[in-house]
Design a protein around this ligand. Structure first.
Ligand code: GUN
Length: 288
């Protein structure tokens, strides 16, 4: 049972495009997303290209601010400040990672929480962690994980979920989000016998960045797996010379689980759709 992220994302994008179409007819405005890119990392450029194309398809206006690798922290803050104060910008993404000399925390803290479509600002992350509080934005990859589960008819309430990994932008917020309804354990590099813990889980979420770490034997028969890993591995057998694989050994897992997201074509497209959704939500709040 393969969870088709591409078709789920297509359905979400169609709904968003419809709403934006109506918004343009009634208030003659479209949502705006700004992306700040510091330095020219190839991966970052690829990610940004995908985000821009998705925005264009649903009618979100985009704006890219490029700064050189060697720019100062103050220059980045100045750019973010301009976007914070620009009423036609509803969402701001500062593409990570930033160059070493720029303090990532300081920049993330400076993005207006009301335009923080990545959901990385401490106010949004803090509200996500606290019961009864609503963050303005939920980070896109964790939100996509929940969306994939719900749209595939997977019950989360009362289930045992294990998140493998605790990265600031994926693993940790995914644990916080699941925590509202499931019993959540986190497995990380200091965990002893991680496979014993994953084997008890009804839902396994992987975000470690180690290709094929999670083997079929780590999984309980009938479990549901969301693979958030995106690892580039060399493959001389194909034209591009490399391909993307997940953190879960797909060929083994598919024989054990009841459902699994493939890589690519699982979490990735839905994560982009969640960015569009966060940007639309922000515009709806900003445009009276
Ligand atoms: N770098 C890798 N993933 C992301 C993301 O979701 N948001 C930002 N801002 N940078 C990233």
């Amino acid at each position: 049972n393969v969870i088709n992220g591409k078709s789920i994302a297509r359905a979400i994008r169609a709904g968003i495009a419809n709403e934006i179409c109506r918004m343009k007819e009634t208030i003659v405005k479209s949502p705006g997303l700004a992306i700040v890119l510091v330095g020219g990392r190839r991966n970052s450029r690829t990610f940004i290209h995908v985000k821009l194309k998705a925005c264009e398809e649903v009618g979100i206006t985009t704006h890219v601010e490029e700064l050189p690798e060697e720019c100062t922290e103050d220059e980045v803050l100045r750019v973010v400040s301009g976007l914070n104060n620009n009423p036609s910008v509803n969402g701001i993404i500062v593409q990570l990672p930033l160059p070493q000399l720029v303090d990532e925390e300081r920049i993330i803290n400076f993005v207006s929480p009301e335009k923080d479509v990545d959901g990385f600002h401490p106010l949004n992350m803090g509200n996500l962690a606290m019961k009864g509080r609503e963050p303005l934005f939920i980070p896109c990859a964790p939100k996509s994980c929940i969306e994939l589960l719900l749209r595939s008819g997977v019950e989360i309430m009362g289930k045992r979920a294990v998140v493998v990994g605790r990265s600031k932008i994926v693993g940790l917020p995914t644990s916080l989000l699941l925590h509202h309804h499931a019993t959540v354990s986190t497995v990380h590099s200091f965990t002893k016998n991680p496979e014993q813990i994953t084997r008890e889980a009804d839902i396994v979420i992987a975000d470690v960045g180690i290709p094929n770490l999670i083997r079929g034997s780590w999984l309980k028969p009938g479990a549901v797996v969301v693979d958030m890993g995106t690892n580039q591995v060399q493959d001389p057998g194909i034209d591009q010379g490399s391909r993307i694989i997940g953190d879960v050994c797909y060929e083994e897992a598919i024989k054990v689980v009841s459902a699994i997201t493939p890589v690519p074509g699982g979490v990735g497209p839905v994560t982009i759709a969640m960015l569009l959704s966060n940007t639309l939500d922000s515009a709806k709040r900003a445009f009276p």
